[in-house]
Design a protein around this ligand. Sequence first.
Ligand code: PRP
Ligand code: URA
Length: 208
Amino acid sequence: MKVVEVKHPLIRHKVGLMREADISTKRFRELATEVGSLLTYEATADFETEKVTIDGWNGPIEVEKIKGKKVTVVPILRAGLGMMDGVLEHIPSAKISVVGIYRDEETLEPVPYFDKLVSNVEERVAIVVDPMLATGGSLIATIDLLKSRGCKSIKALILVAAPEGVKALEEAHPDIELYTASIDECLNENGYILPGLGDAGDKIFGTK
Ligand code: PRP
Ligand code: URA
Protein backbone atom coordinates (compact mmCIF):
# COMPACT_ATOMS: atom_id res chain seq x y z
CA MET A 1 0.00 0.00 0.00
CA LYS A 2 1.24 3.49 -0.78
CA VAL A 3 1.29 5.40 2.52
CA VAL A 4 2.18 9.10 2.42
CA GLU A 5 2.54 11.03 5.67
CA VAL A 6 2.55 14.56 4.29
CA LYS A 7 5.13 16.55 6.23
CA HIS A 8 4.55 19.98 4.71
CA PRO A 9 5.08 22.75 7.33
CA LEU A 10 1.59 24.19 6.73
CA ILE A 11 0.05 20.80 7.49
CA ARG A 12 2.20 20.24 10.59
CA HIS A 13 1.27 23.72 11.84
CA LYS A 14 -2.46 23.30 11.23
CA VAL A 15 -2.66 19.81 12.76
CA GLY A 16 -0.84 21.17 15.80
CA LEU A 17 -3.54 23.84 16.18
CA MET A 18 -6.25 21.18 15.91
CA ARG A 19 -4.80 19.31 18.91
CA GLU A 20 -5.60 22.18 21.36
CA ALA A 21 -8.10 20.80 23.89
CA ASP A 22 -10.26 23.94 23.98
CA ILE A 23 -10.34 24.71 20.25
CA SER A 24 -13.67 26.15 19.08
CA THR A 25 -16.00 24.25 16.75
CA LYS A 26 -15.59 27.01 14.16
CA ARG A 27 -11.79 26.86 14.19
CA PHE A 28 -11.64 23.04 14.17
CA ARG A 29 -14.02 22.97 11.20
CA GLU A 30 -11.98 25.58 9.29
CA LEU A 31 -8.75 23.68 9.90
CA ALA A 32 -10.29 20.32 8.88
CA THR A 33 -11.23 21.91 5.55
CA GLU A 34 -7.79 23.52 5.13
CA VAL A 35 -5.86 20.32 5.84
CA GLY A 36 -8.29 18.41 3.60
CA SER A 37 -7.42 20.87 0.84
CA LEU A 38 -3.65 20.45 1.33
CA LEU A 39 -3.96 16.64 1.37
CA THR A 40 -5.96 16.82 -1.88
CA TYR A 41 -3.12 18.76 -3.49
CA GLU A 42 -0.70 15.93 -2.58
CA ALA A 43 -3.05 13.08 -3.48
CA THR A 44 -3.74 14.41 -6.97
CA ALA A 45 -0.09 14.97 -7.92
CA ASP A 46 -0.17 11.85 -10.15
CA PHE A 47 -3.23 12.90 -12.17
CA GLU A 48 -2.38 12.85 -15.87
CA THR A 49 -2.71 15.88 -18.11
CA GLU A 50 -3.10 16.21 -21.85
CA LYS A 51 -2.26 19.03 -24.22
CA VAL A 52 -5.10 21.01 -25.79
CA THR A 53 -5.05 24.05 -28.03
CA ILE A 54 -7.04 27.09 -26.96
CA ASP A 55 -7.45 30.64 -28.19
CA GLY A 56 -5.03 32.73 -26.14
CA TRP A 57 -4.88 36.53 -26.08
CA ASN A 58 -2.26 36.47 -28.87
CA GLY A 59 -3.60 33.53 -30.92
CA PRO A 60 -3.79 29.76 -30.46
CA ILE A 61 -1.66 28.26 -27.66
CA GLU A 62 -1.17 24.81 -26.20
CA VAL A 63 -2.14 24.35 -22.55
CA GLU A 64 -2.58 21.32 -20.28
CA LYS A 65 -5.81 19.97 -18.87
CA ILE A 66 -6.44 17.03 -16.59
CA LYS A 67 -7.39 13.92 -18.49
CA GLY A 68 -8.57 10.49 -17.57
CA LYS A 69 -10.97 9.34 -14.90
CA LYS A 70 -13.36 11.67 -13.15
CA VAL A 71 -13.51 11.84 -9.36
CA THR A 72 -16.06 10.93 -6.73
CA VAL A 73 -15.49 12.24 -3.21
CA VAL A 74 -16.56 9.77 -0.51
CA PRO A 75 -17.13 11.37 2.91
CA ILE A 76 -17.64 8.84 5.71
CA LEU A 77 -20.45 10.26 7.87
CA ARG A 78 -20.35 12.17 9.99
CA ALA A 79 -16.85 13.48 10.46
CA GLY A 80 -15.77 13.01 6.84
CA LEU A 81 -18.12 15.85 5.85
CA GLY A 82 -15.71 18.17 7.64
CA MET A 83 -13.01 17.52 5.01
CA MET A 84 -15.23 17.39 1.93
CA ASP A 85 -15.13 21.10 1.07
CA GLY A 86 -11.34 20.98 1.09
CA VAL A 87 -11.42 18.43 -1.74
CA LEU A 88 -14.15 20.29 -3.66
CA GLU A 89 -12.10 23.50 -3.53
CA HIS A 90 -9.72 21.85 -6.05
CA ILE A 91 -12.15 19.50 -7.83
CA PRO A 92 -15.43 21.45 -7.81
CA SER A 93 -17.16 19.24 -10.37
CA ALA A 94 -16.57 15.99 -8.44
CA LYS A 95 -19.67 13.91 -7.68
CA ILE A 96 -20.30 12.92 -4.06
CA SER A 97 -20.80 9.34 -2.83
CA VAL A 98 -21.92 9.37 0.82
CA VAL A 99 -21.22 6.46 3.16
CA GLY A 100 -22.74 6.37 6.67
CA ILE A 101 -20.79 4.30 9.19
CA TYR A 102 -20.35 4.74 12.91
CA ARG A 103 -18.11 2.86 15.27
CA ASP A 104 -19.78 0.87 18.05
CA GLU A 105 -18.28 2.36 21.22
CA GLU A 106 -18.13 -1.01 23.02
CA THR A 107 -16.93 -3.38 20.31
CA LEU A 108 -15.19 -0.73 18.13
CA GLU A 109 -16.72 -2.55 15.15
CA PRO A 110 -17.97 -0.41 12.21
CA VAL A 111 -21.77 -0.21 11.89
CA PRO A 112 -22.92 0.76 8.35
CA TYR A 113 -26.25 2.65 8.25
CA PHE A 114 -26.40 4.47 4.89
CA ASP A 115 -24.85 4.63 1.46
CA LYS A 116 -25.60 6.51 -1.73
CA LEU A 117 -22.85 6.05 -4.28
CA VAL A 118 -22.80 7.68 -7.71
CA SER A 119 -24.09 5.23 -10.31
CA ASN A 120 -20.87 5.08 -12.37
CA VAL A 121 -18.52 4.71 -9.41
CA GLU A 122 -16.57 2.01 -11.30
CA GLU A 123 -15.43 4.67 -13.82
CA ARG A 124 -14.19 7.11 -11.19
CA VAL A 125 -11.28 7.66 -8.85
CA ALA A 126 -12.73 7.56 -5.32
CA ILE A 127 -11.25 10.02 -2.83
CA VAL A 128 -12.43 8.84 0.59
CA VAL A 129 -12.28 11.42 3.39
CA ASP A 130 -12.41 10.82 7.13
CA PRO A 131 -10.42 12.74 9.78
CA MET A 132 -9.57 9.65 11.85
CA LEU A 133 -8.14 6.21 11.10
CA ALA A 134 -8.14 4.41 14.46
CA THR A 135 -8.65 0.62 14.31
CA GLY A 136 -9.22 1.01 10.57
CA GLY A 137 -12.62 -0.72 10.70
CA SER A 138 -14.66 2.19 9.25
CA LEU A 139 -12.30 2.85 6.33
CA ILE A 140 -11.87 -0.86 5.54
CA ALA A 141 -15.68 -1.30 5.47
CA THR A 142 -16.00 1.74 3.16
CA ILE A 143 -13.39 0.39 0.76
CA ASP A 144 -15.05 -3.06 0.86
CA LEU A 145 -18.27 -1.34 -0.24
CA LEU A 146 -16.60 0.72 -3.00
CA LYS A 147 -14.84 -2.36 -4.40
CA SER A 148 -18.06 -4.42 -4.24
CA ARG A 149 -19.61 -1.76 -6.55
CA GLY A 150 -16.71 -2.01 -9.00
CA CYS A 151 -14.49 0.88 -7.92
CA LYS A 152 -10.87 0.18 -8.84
CA SER A 153 -8.99 3.35 -7.99
CA ILE A 154 -9.16 4.50 -4.36
CA LYS A 155 -7.27 7.16 -2.41
CA ALA A 156 -7.98 7.83 1.28
CA LEU A 157 -7.33 11.22 2.92
CA ILE A 158 -7.04 11.08 6.71
CA LEU A 159 -6.05 13.83 9.15
CA VAL A 160 -4.66 11.61 11.91
CA ALA A 161 -3.96 7.88 11.67
CA ALA A 162 -2.96 5.30 14.30
CA PRO A 163 -0.23 2.80 13.33
CA GLU A 164 -2.68 0.00 14.21
CA GLY A 165 -5.19 1.30 11.65
CA VAL A 166 -2.55 1.76 8.95
CA LYS A 167 -1.43 -1.87 9.45
CA ALA A 168 -5.00 -3.22 9.33
CA LEU A 169 -5.72 -1.20 6.19
CA GLU A 170 -2.53 -2.44 4.52
CA GLU A 171 -3.52 -6.05 5.22
CA ALA A 172 -7.09 -5.60 3.98
CA HIS A 173 -6.48 -3.32 0.97
CA PRO A 174 -2.83 -3.25 -0.16
CA ASP A 175 -3.83 -1.74 -3.52
CA ILE A 176 -5.12 1.62 -2.22
CA GLU A 177 -3.28 4.89 -1.45
CA LEU A 178 -3.33 6.55 1.97
CA TYR A 179 -2.48 10.22 2.49
CA THR A 180 -2.39 11.41 6.07
CA ALA A 181 -1.33 14.56 7.87
CA SER A 182 0.07 12.53 10.79
CA ILE A 183 0.72 8.96 11.87
CA ASP A 184 0.39 9.25 15.63
CA GLU A 185 1.66 7.02 18.43
CA CYS A 186 -0.99 4.43 19.31
CA LEU A 187 -4.59 3.72 20.33
CA ASN A 188 -5.67 3.92 23.96
CA GLU A 189 -7.77 1.23 25.68
CA ASN A 190 -10.97 2.86 24.34
CA GLY A 191 -9.76 2.88 20.75
CA TYR A 192 -8.93 6.61 20.68
CA ILE A 193 -5.81 7.85 18.94
CA LEU A 194 -2.97 9.24 21.10
CA PRO A 195 -2.08 12.07 21.06
CA GLY A 196 -4.86 12.39 18.44
CA LEU A 197 -7.55 15.03 18.21
CA GLY A 198 -10.22 13.57 20.50
CA ASP A 199 -13.60 12.84 18.96
CA ALA A 200 -13.40 14.48 15.53
CA GLY A 201 -17.14 14.16 14.79
CA ASP A 202 -18.07 15.90 18.06
CA LYS A 203 -15.54 18.66 17.38
CA ILE A 204 -16.77 19.31 13.84
CA PHE A 205 -20.47 19.23 14.69
CA GLY A 206 -20.28 20.79 18.17
CA THR A 207 -21.87 17.77 19.86
CA LYS A 208 -20.58 16.24 23.08
C1 PRP B 1 -14.94 8.12 13.82
C2 PRP B 1 -14.09 8.58 12.68
C3 PRP B 1 -13.97 7.35 11.83
C4 PRP B 1 -13.95 6.24 12.86
C5 PRP B 1 -12.53 5.79 13.05
O1 PRP B 1 -16.28 8.12 13.48
O2 PRP B 1 -14.62 9.71 12.01
O3 PRP B 1 -15.06 7.18 10.92
O4 PRP B 1 -14.45 6.81 14.08
O5 PRP B 1 -12.46 4.69 13.88
P1 PRP B 1 -12.05 3.24 13.35
O6 PRP B 1 -10.85 3.42 12.50
O7 PRP B 1 -11.74 2.49 14.62
O8 PRP B 1 -13.21 2.65 12.62
P2 PRP B 1 -17.45 7.90 14.59
O9 PRP B 1 -17.77 6.44 14.74
O10 PRP B 1 -17.06 8.59 15.84
O11 PRP B 1 -18.71 8.53 13.90
P3 PRP B 1 -19.06 10.07 13.60
O12 PRP B 1 -18.18 10.48 12.45
O13 PRP B 1 -20.49 9.97 13.21
O14 PRP B 1 -18.84 10.90 14.82
N1 URA C 1 -12.72 8.44 16.30
C1 URA C 1 -12.38 9.69 16.66
O1 URA C 1 -13.13 10.65 16.39
N2 URA C 1 -11.24 9.87 17.34
C2 URA C 1 -10.39 8.86 17.64
O2 URA C 1 -9.33 9.09 18.26
C3 URA C 1 -10.76 7.55 17.26
C4 URA C 1 -11.94 7.38 16.57
